[in-house]
Structures are given as structure tokens and as C-alpha cells.
Design a protein around this ligand. Sequence first.
Ligand code: AHG
Ligand code: MN
Ligand code: MN
Length: 338
Amino acid sequence: MSVNRRVLTLDEFTIQQLRDFPNATGELSNLLRDIGLAAKRVNVEVNKAGLVDILGDAGSVNVQGEDVKKLDLFANNQFMGVLRHGISCAGIASEELDDVVVFDDEISNNSKYVCLFDPLDGSGNIDVNVSIGTIFCVYRRITEKGNPCEKKDFLQPGLKQVAAGYIIYGSSTMMVYATRRGANGFTLDPSIGEFTLSHPNIICPENGKIYSVNHGNFFQYEMGVKKYIDACQKRNKTNGGPYTQRYIGSMVSDVHRNLIKGGIFMYPATTDKPKGKLRLLYECNPFAFIMEVCGGKATNGKERILDIVPTELHERSPFFVGSRMMMEELEESMKLNG
Ligand code: AHG
Ligand code: MN
Ligand code: MN
């Protein structure tokens, strides 16, 4: 009797991907499964955030001077924990940690990958029941196996990412990850506690009608951005506008929506924050990679995000990401108006 298998779990999917690569070691599959496990643990805590004393500030300030919420720390520890105890990751970097953490044990020193993450993105929204997320990316280490990994393994341009992804703790919980071969989305089925393939081979529509930006900062944006926002609010021959403005303040949710429906997300430089707010290594790069794999684009307003060679772990960058044609219209406006 044949069993009608309509859904693949994340674990089944990552294992199946190996079939096309007879020489693959399975290390990336292991790593993605570890991340999926940590995500499930974080999901449980996020879901009961209103019930237990896990809401609110932890009472400290993270390396970037922002208030640290208790769930940020919990999530950080979960992701760090699974990766440390797994067999595929030589070390990690996180928004919540000042410096890289080198695992430095026999197995980790022989692992192929390093992983960077923002354990909870949009954490200012935790207290008010709005979707939040986790962002991660994976690089092949450039230092030799057999030794502890080093900071230079983490300071690679985004172009070198092997995989990148995010988890949304939303009305349902989803994990999306991309490799050069494509991007796929998995929705957590609470009845079996497994991520199951729900969005195979995601493609970002080449055009869209949604623009996402913090309008409160409008007067601090450079002219090219202001003019583009202006154009979003008008109807012209080519754009089919006016567009719809949507801004949750959780980048994971904002970019996820725009990836699926078509749209553009912007966090430009402001006069107060000339380098923008978002962190290049574990916020911009993963989304730039995912968006490009799905057919979209990502820039800092001047150059492609994935080409930037980072110099610091926590450096910030202006960030523009989304549907190809909307990005091209923005680029044109920034070129013309500065
Ligand atoms: P984090 O919670 O990791 O610090 O990131 C929050 C980020 C991002 O998710 C969001 O798009 C942006 O901050 C919102 O910032 P503004 O409130 O300045 O618009
Ligand atoms: Mn963040
Ligand atoms: Mn965060």
C-alpha cells in the first residue's frame, strides 16, 4: 500500500536536497535542522509571552546601546546552544554578543561553517503581540579546518553566504531559507511540531504595490528617497500607483510580506543616523541574499549590499530591498536627486 505523502518536513526536505550532491557531507542540513529546533523552542516562549514573567526588559543594554528584552536573551541562548552542541558550526556572531563566540572544541574546530544571527528582530513589538522574527546566515569558514575559527570568517562579503533565512513568529510560525539553488518556506504544523514545506520555490513578483518605510523620519531622508516616496504616493503612467504603505516595524514581517506579495522595504540613512539603523551582517545581508535568490534586489542606495566588504561585526547600513522594478525606480531616483 502506498502512503500518500503530501507534505515534506524541513528535515526530510534538507535530506532530500542532498540526493543531488553525492559528495555533500550533510553539514548544512544538520545546521538548518539545528536552527529549526531552536526556532521551535523560541516559538513556544514567544507564544506564551503574555503568560509568564518573560515579558519586558532584562534590565541591561546590549552592545549597541539598546534595551535588551528578556526574550532576546532567551532566543540568543537557544540559537547559540543548538549550534554549539551541533556538529556543523565552528562559531557564531549575534546582535546580542559583543564579539564572536568561537566554540573551540575538537568537533567545532573541524566544522565547515560559521553562523551569524539576529536572535529576535522587532523585539520592541514583543510587549504588544505583534509578529517578531529571527534572522540568520551561514558562511563557509575561510580559516583552515582543524583550528578555531576567527573573526575574519565572519567578516566576509554577503556574496559569500552559503545559506540565509528567517523565522517569523506570527499568526503562524514560518521558516524560510535560501541557498543558491532557491528559497523555500516551511510553516510550523503545531499538531506534529514540525516545519512543513508550504511555500516551495519562492519567487518575488518583479513589481509590486507596497512600500514600507518609517514615515516619521521622512524629513531626515535624502532627496532621492523623498522623491521616490513622493512617487509612490502618486499615480503615473508606469507605476500603477498610488502604492499602499505598510510598516510593521518588524523587518522580518515587513520584508516577508513584500517578498511574497511584491513590494519594497526601506530603512534609509537619516540625519540622526547617517549609517541607517540596520546591521549589515545579520540583518541586511541575509535579506539581500534571500531577495536576490528570489529575483529581487538589495542596495545601500549606492551599491549592492552583497558586494560590501564588512570591517566591523556590528556595522550598520542604509537598506533598500524588494521587487526588481520598484528597486530600479528607487535607484533611478537616488541617482538623479542624490
Ligand atoms: P531589533 O529588534 O533586532 O533591534 O530590530 C528592529 C529593527 C527592524 O526590525 C525594524 O524594521 C526597525 O528596527 C524599526 O525601526 P524604527 O522603529 O526606527 O522604524
Ligand atoms: Mn533586528
Ligand atoms: Mn534583535
